[in-house]
Design a protein. Structure first.
Length: 228
């Protein structure tokens, strides 16, 4: 797997040395001296045109890193968590990456990307600034079995909805799941049927909604502090 961009690449090099196979740079000054010394045997200098090709014309910022794919959590790992975020039908790499970054920073234990067949993990690692290397999303095309199992062991399921109750007044169970739907469709009907409580972010001005990653950040922050 190839990841690129300075933030994600440096995060991989400093936090996940065990995954690193090869480093490609357009100039050695991109790397701090300590990393040049540490990874010298794995370093290769390439022309910008090759960097463009390897990044599919993405914003590589002069550095690409070949890494082993990080392992996603198992279902049992997720069931042993306290705070889980389920992304229902989200496909945009930028939004998923931003949510994973927030989730990791604010103490979420697991992220599940559901309603999709696969995920562009390298893109999510990049857009999460490397956080997805530590909080690897589990991909489940159908999350209903997981949700049912979580409910059976005491989790409460909370959803973000424009028809929900005000978020600022809410408190949440210790074992909790936040479900965020896509911006276009919201939470799917089959997943919505499993939700125990729905909440919304009340706007100060006449505006319909926030970007899903911004809304997720507000929900995650609230759910991380207002625990029963």
């Amino acid at each position: 797997m190839i990841i690129y961009g300075k933030q994600a690449s440096l995060y991989a090099l400093t936090k996940h040395e065990e995954l690193v196979q090869k480093i490609y740079v357009t100039k050695t000054s991109i790397l701090p001296k300590e990393l040049l010394t540490k990874f010298g045997a794995k370093l290769k200098i390439i022309e910008n045109r090759w960097a463009q090709k390897m990044s599919h014309n993405g914003n590589h910022q002069g550095i690409l890193v070949e890494i082993d794919e990080p392992k996603a959590p198992q279902i049992e790992d997720i069931k042993n968590s306290n705070f889980i975020v389920i992304l229902d039908g989200l496909t945009d790499v930028g939004n998923i990456g931003a949510i994973v970054r927030t989730a990791y920073a604010l103490g979420v234990d697991a992220v599940v990307a559901s309603g999709i067949r696969q995920i562009n993990l390298s893109g999510v690692i990049r857009t999460s600034s490397g956080a997805a290397l530590d909080l690897v999303p589990l991909v489940l095309q159908n999350p209903l079995n997981l949700i049912n199992e979580l409910k059976q062991i005491g989790f409460k399921i909370y959803g973000a909805s424009l028809d929900g109750k005000p978020l600022q007044n809410a408190t949440f169970a210790k074992k909790r799941v936040l479900v965020m739907g896509s911006e276009n469709r919201g939470i799917s009907k089959r997943v919505n049927s499993k939700i125990d409580e729905s909440y919304k972010i009340e706007m100060k001005r006449d505006f319909d909604s926030l970007n899903v990653s911004a809304a997720a950040a507000i929900f995650i922050h609230r759910m991380g502090h207002a625990v029963e």
